[in-house]
Design a protein around this ligand. Structure first.
Ligand SMILES: [Zn+2]
Length: 118
């Protein structure tokens, strides 16, 4: 009969006011608002854009992606989309040119091979 000794290695750490979960807020000077249960309820921080001092309050689950205030985010997003469109258009025109060049080089497409079979 083996005596079972359950080792309890519960390291008790001193309770601190800081949130347990390491939240990486991209907003500047983030302040964490804690709920009654100790969880982060919301984060308030300043927009990262230079010259922008707008504060924004976000949910902790958005902390990893929110860097700007809603206005700057909109601007940044539209810029990003414009850039994307531009590169896409450029790629499309290059592909079109390449296809046209190929077609030109190959000449007229051959009549179907099946017609020759019989
Ligand atoms: Zn801003």
């Amino acid at each position: 009969m083996a005596k079972r000794t359950t080792k309890k290695t519960a390291t008790k750490q001193s309770k601190t006011a800081a949130p347990k979960v390491e939240l990486k807020a991209h907003l500047l000077n983030p302040t964490f608002k804690l709920a009654a249960n100790g969880k982060v309820e919301s984060i308030t921080g300043t927009c990262i854009e230079a010259g922008c001092k707008i504060k924004r309050t976000i949910k902790p689950q958005d902390a990893f992606q929110v860097r700007r205030c809603t206005e700057c985010q909109k601007t940044a997003l539209s810029e990003k989309l414009a850039e994307k469109r531009k590169t896409k258009r450029r790629a499309a025109s290059v592909a079109k040119e390449a296809a046209a060049a190929k077609k030109h080089a190959a000449g007229q497409p051959k009549p179907t091979a099946k017609a020759k079979a019989r």
